[in-house]
Design a protein around this ligand. Structure first.
Ligand code: GDD
Ligand code: MG
Length: 366
């Protein structure tokens, strides 16, 4: 295959994970201790892509600083939006880079997948449509774009965020597309455009939109439950227990697979870590702690006898002693949760907050 480009949508911030961090875009959130975007770029590189155009606005500098001009043998070009251009506008903005070649890939930057891009592109060429969408089967399509397919792989209908019970099927848009350069003509210039609402329904009507049913790993990390699930699935792929350099796990502590512990981590006596847990670099965990099915960002401190279950703890956050964080809750970067406090039921604590009283029902603490 000759030159294959991919545009990765890495802007926008509408997400329930937003309270976690003011400095790190969700594409750089760790999944099995590696930024989400690294998994994506690696898979693109293995799939025959040579150039990635990263469409950025919100927290652009953090992305540029982290990735630089090349990674995993890919050239990386940044396309900066002054104002957010939605999911379609960035394609129009990068038209000069995309329109003079063959078909190109477009990806939502917040999904993780082990899809085989070569097969997807081959399917697209075989069908001869203007656009091909990768599709995955999910139990609840209402948070996604759902499609109606005919027996030939043609998409008859594309419905973005269908109301519960009204989706045409359980096959949803993975946020992974192959587009013919002609699709750029379907995107209005100079404003925010939703590919899902403004372009796909038109292409479907013209019979030019195809769907490729993929199988394997796929997840949008936009909500805590799915982020934790993606983390668990990738940890299971890595298999077993990883422990980074200069980490000290007390001999009476246990790490249950699958789990990953970064570099320079300390785990105190009688603590139990895992399964499905990733602990980033330089995290300090005291004695008698219980951490399972959770993600801990770099530099966090977990005090003695604290438990973290199904939760995400931001960078340099501190949980003091006898704290409980549970059930899809998020603790933002640099936040402090005081001794004995329980945070449960999907509570989000914003960065740098200090919390001294338990919070037992869903809300965001600003
Ligand atoms: N550059 C840029 N500019 N990127 C943006 C902008 C923007 O203005 N707005 C959103 N994005 C990026 C987001 O960062 C994300 O990676 C991707 O575009 C999709 O936006 P989300 O806000 O995450 O959309 P969604 O998850 O609700 O729905 C989309 O993804 C689903 C699959 O996960 C849709 O494409 C659905 O049809 C799809 O099923
Ligand atoms: Mg999303």
């Amino acid at each position: 295959m000759k030159e294959l480009k991919a545009l990765v949508l890495a802007g926008g911030f509408g997400t329930r994970l937003r309270p976690l961090s003011c400095t790190r875009p969700k594409m750089l959130f760790p999944v099995a201790n590696q930024p989400l975007l690294d998994w994506t770029l690696k898979n693109l590189s293995e799939g025959g892509v040579d150039t990635v155009i990263l469409a950025v606005n919100y927290m652009a500098e953090a992305l540029v600083r982290y990735l630089g001009p090349t990674k995993f043998d890919l050239g990386i070009i940044y396309s900066r939006e002054e104002r957010p251009l939605g999911t379609g506008g960035p394609i129009k903005k990068a038209a000069d880079l995309l329109q003079n070649g063959g078909p190109f890939l477009v990806l939502n930057g917040d999904v993780i997948s082990d899809i085989d891009y070569r097969r997807l592109v081959e399917f697209h060429r075989r069908k001869g449509g203007l656009a091909t969408i990768a599709l995955f089967q999910v139990p609840d399509p209402s948070r996604y774009g759902a499609v109606e397919l005919d027996g030939e792989g043609r998409i008859l209908r594309f419905v973005e965020k269908p109301e519960p019970g009204r989706a045409p099927s359980n096959l949803v848009n993975a946020g992974i597309y192959v587009l013919d350069p002609k699709v750029i003509d379907y995107i209005p210039e100079g404003r925010s455009v939703s590919t899902e609402n403004e372009v796909f329904p038109v292409l479907a009507k013209e019979g030019a939109l195809y769907g490729y049913e993929a199988r394997g790993l796929w997840m949008d990390i936009g909500v805590p439950e799915d982020y934790l699930r993606a983390n668990g699935l990738l940890l299971a792929k890595l298999d077993g227990v990883q422990v980074g350099e200069k980490s000290k796990v007390d001999s009476s502590a246990e790490v249950l697979p699958p789990s990953s512990i970064g570099a320079g981590v300390e785990v105190g006596a009688n603590s139990v870590i895992g399964p499905n847990t990733s602990i980033a670099d330089h995290v300090h965990i005291g004695r008698g702690c219980r951490i399972e099915n959770s993600i801990i960002f770099p530099g966090a401190t977990i005090g003695d006898y604290t438990s973290v279950r199904n939760a995400i703890i931001g960078e340099n956050a501190t949980l003091e002693r006898w704290v409980k964080v549970e059930s899809g809750s998020l603790i933002g970067d640099y936040a402090v949760i005081a001794d004995g406090v329980t945070i449960t039921q999907g509570v989000s604590i914003c960065p740098s907050k200090r919390v001294e009283e338990s919070i037992l029902e869903p809300r965001q603490v600003m």
